[in-house]
Design a protein around this ligand. Structure first.
Ligand code: BMA
Length: 355
């Protein structure tokens, strides 16, 4: 009985703390957006160009500018299956420690989730079966199993606490790039209604498991050309706090035409999404970007910066620097042809890092 009473007393207070920290974080992100754009990088301290498994302090970004990204993005794929390491070999224990470190340095964390295909057992890109979303929704053949997957995510999120045991609020950006058809939740494989039901199920179940310290980001993909297209699968104002835009530069050489193409595409997306975010009082973010096979030595100041100028972008996230795959390196690293330009970019008072 006594324990029950203590439990009953604790429950609302933990919930309350989670709620207020989440609100505080949203306010802090809003405030930060008035100061500039936070630089972000996927898996920044987990591994980098030609290195992995170091002590959690190393960072390709830090190697170049002696500062960490203010936003770090991490990937949950395979956590749903109860594995110890994610799709890119990152241990979830290390990830948890990295979240604490990033929080301690006043930075933020965002999670993506390339959830495996529950019907075929293959990865998120396996679209051989077109009915995966339907199978996880209530009444579907995989509905119960999917809840177990969500339980595993919930347990991980609940373990993200600071030294005092307080939940660390983090951003969760599931079911991304839904305007394409390369993931099993892509637009050819579910209706807008089913897609929204997938979101609702995810959020509801995590909440049921006590996860109240998540800030949700909607990130439908690149090349957004109309508000209608952006909102077609929008999970709703109650759920979403962050409205994301994506855009990559592939094989940018530094030629004017390349630069203008990228800048034009990204600005078009921001032209559509920025007014929507403002009207709905949402945070605007460049949730995935970067340069692939990029030899433009001035990409950061001459392409990336002009693509965001004039929009209240809160943060940008460059995708990962894979250890041994030069085609999967989107951020900066020592020795990259744009290293000097990245240093200039980082000196811009409106680009925010963390010490
Ligand atoms: C994708 C690619 C994959 C990676 C996945 C999750 O965009 O970078 O190589 O496994 O993200 O991080």
């Amino acid at each position: 009985m006594r324990y029950l009473l203590i439990f009953a007393f604790l429950l609302p207070s933990v919930w309350g703390i989670a709620q207020s920290t989440t609100k505080e974080m949203v306010n802090a992100l809003r405030e930060s957006a008035t100061q500039g754009v936070m630089y972000g990088h996927h898996d920044d301290t987990m591994y980098g160009y030609r290195w992995k498994d170091e002590n959690g302090e190393r960072s390709d970004t830090k190697d170049v500018v002696d500062m960490y990204p203010a936003m770090m993005s991490f990937e949950l794929c395979r956590l749903e299956k109860g594995l110890e390491r994610n799709i890119d070999g990152v241990s979830f224990d290390k990830m948890r420690a990295a979240v604490r470190q990033q929080h301690a340095r006043g930075g933020y964390v965002m999670f993506s989730w390339h959830a495996d295909n529950i019907l075929t057992g293959k990865n998120a890109w396996d679209v051989s079966n077109r009915r995966v979303v339907q199978s996880v929704l209530p009444g579907g053949s995989k509905a119960d199993e999917f809840l177990v997957w969500l339980d595993r995510l919930a347990a991980f999120f609940m373990s993200l606490t600071d030294e005092q045991g307080k939940p660390i609020p983090v951003i969760f950006r599931p079911w991304h790039e839904c305007n394409g058809s390369w993931f099993w939740w892509g637009k050819d494989f579910c209706t807008p209604r089913e897609y929204k039901a997938l979101w609702a199920l995810t959020v509801k179940h995590l909440k049921r498991k006590g996860v109240n310290h998540l800030i949700y980001a909607y990130s439908p993909g690149s090349n957004i050309t109309s508000q209608q297209a952006y909102l077609e699968r929008y999970p709703g104002n109650k759920t979403i706090a962050i409205m994301g835009v994506e855009g990559y530069a592939i094989k940018a050489t530094g030629a004017l035409a390349d630069r203008q193409k990228f800048i034009g595409r990204v600005r078009k997306s921001f032209d559509v999404v920025a007014p929507l975010a403002q009207k709905r009082k949402k945070i605007l973010a460049f949730t995935e970007t970067g340069m692939k096979q990029n030899t433009d030595p001035q990409w950061w100041t001459q392409t990336l910066l002009p693509s965001m100028e004039g929009y209240p972008v809160c943060f940008l996230v460059t995708w990962r620097n894979a250890t041994n795959d030069d085609n999967e390196c989107y951020g900066i690293y020592k020795g990259h042809p744009s290293e000097e330009d990245f240093k200039r970019f980082a000196q811009n008072p409106h680009i925010i890092f963390r010490k």
